[in-house]
Design a protein around this ligand. Structure first.
Ligand code: CTP
Length: 390
């Protein structure tokens, strides 16, 4: 979690059903150490209570412009104080008022007086979202000091299915804070490649994809734009099967990347002639011979290709871990190598935990003690980018 110590976050809530979700958003900012102030429109109070918001934000909740506690006009002082200003959920009504400079409540007045970026997260019925007037108004705001955090598709509270659901709270949070990997593009491969023998059989390995998924989750939490290429099903991944497919997918995305994590267990060999039909037993023969040919070494080929990315390889060794790993980082030419000892049953392949050594190109080796793959992923990012987060 990043630190927002000393920062004031202003959250404007308007009158939509997604207003209840903002209770959790307040907690996210509080957990990060921010001073959170909340303004609600009068309609928002039909969905959440002032008491709930006051308790969560540990501040007075402002509704009315004329409810002034001290000599300063509230719409000016709230605008001046806020380091981050989010309006979520933003209804079609408030969006249209903002786009037209209408200041008929405290929230719209503060927004009008705010000169920095305003993060606007719309949420509404899908037909309202498609309405040309609303789209025109959003376009106008996007050309000004507003950053629009587009709604997602799915089941809507009104019973319709379509675009209009408030985007994930993590999306709002990550967009508004300065995360250490914000703006960085990171490609991560996960899982073991699958090399077909015939339409029903294949050669593969025990990789579960868990380490790659943990890396992808952490990279996203640190603000990176992640391209996940996996052989194992995952909602955010580009799914591939064989080493050749993985190579093509990696090369297609390579040029724009700031870092590549080759966590996948790529098969070194594939079957030379994959059978088009299921292989049958042959009467009188107790053996079958499969000829294997070498797969391309994806990691080595990206290290040899012109690129601007930090390249991180992973190696799985069943003996002589560090000696093999030291040789491998030189042979492959990557910047870092994460070495796994697969002789141990409690860590590595398929397990939820891992214990690794992080080899640097300059010869340094750091041991990352046994922990969940999520914690290992955090440690890897911390060490590569010298991230110091609370
Ligand atoms: N790798 C790759 N393409 C291959 C084989 C491996 O990109 N054809 C990558 C893996 O994703 C990993 C690193 O190379 O990041 C090391 O993988 P590993 O299986 O430990 O090493 P190999 O190169 O296969 O060497 P060996 O099997 O001889 O130990």
């Amino acid at each position: 979690m990043c630190s927002l110590e000393g920062k004031t976050v202003l959250i404007g809530i308007t009158g939509g059903i997604a207003a209840y979700k903002i209770c959790e958003l307040i907690r996210m900012y509080k957990r990060a150490g921010a001073n959170v102030k909340v303004i609600v429109t009068p309609n928002a109070l039909n969905f959440v209570t002032k008491l709930t918001l006051q308790n969560l934000s540990q501040n007075n909740v402002a509704v009315d412009e004329f409810d002034i506690e001290d000599y300063k006009p509230e719409h000016i002082s709230l605008a001046d104080e806020a380091d981050i200003f989010v309006i979520a959920p933003a209804t079609a009504n408030t969006i249209s008022k903002l786009a037209n400079g209408i200041c008929d409540n405290l929230l719209t007045s503060v927004a009008c007086a705010y000169t920095k970026t305003i993060y606007l997260a719309p949420a509404m019925n899908c037909n309202m979202w498609k309405n040309k007037i609303i789209q025109e108004n959003l376009k106008k705001l996007a050309g000004l000091n507003y950053k629009i955090l587009a709604p997602e598709s799915g089941f809507l509270a009104c019973g319709y299915e379509g675009k209009g659901r408030l985007c994930a709270l993590e999306t709002i949070f990550n967009a508004t804070v300065d995360l250490p990997l914000k703006g960085k593009k990171i490609l991560i491969t996960a899982g073991g490649t699958i090399e077909d023998i015939d339409p029903v059989r294949y050669i593969s390995n025990y990789s579960s994809g868990k380490m790659g998924f943990a890396l992808a989750k952490e990279a996203r939490a640190l603000g990176a734009d992640v391209t996940l290429i996996s052989t194992v099903s995952h909602p955010d991944a580009i799914i591939v099967k064989s080493a050749l497919e993985m190579r093509d997918a990696v090369l297609e995305h390579l040029t724009e990347q700031d870092a590549v994590f080759m966590a996948a267990a790529v098969a070194d060999f594939r079957v030379k002639n994959t059978a088009g039909q299921k292989l049958k037993k042959v009467d009188g023969s107790d053996e079958i011979t499969l000829t294997l040919v070498k797969n391309p070494d994806i990691l080595k080929s990206i290290c040899d290709t012109e690129h601007k990315a930090i390249i991180v390889g992973f190696c799985a060794e069943s003996e002589n871990l560090l000696a093999n790993a030291k040789e491998k980082i030189v042979k492959k030419g990557c910047d870092y190598l994460v070495a796994n000892d697969i002789s141990r049953k409690d860590i590595g392949f398929g397990a939820d935990e891992n214990e690794v050594h992080l080899l640097h190109r300059d010869g340094r080796i750091e041991k990352i003690e046994k922990a969940s793959k999520e914690v290992i992923a955090k440690e890897i990012f911390k060490r590569i980018w010298s991230i110091n987060m609370n």
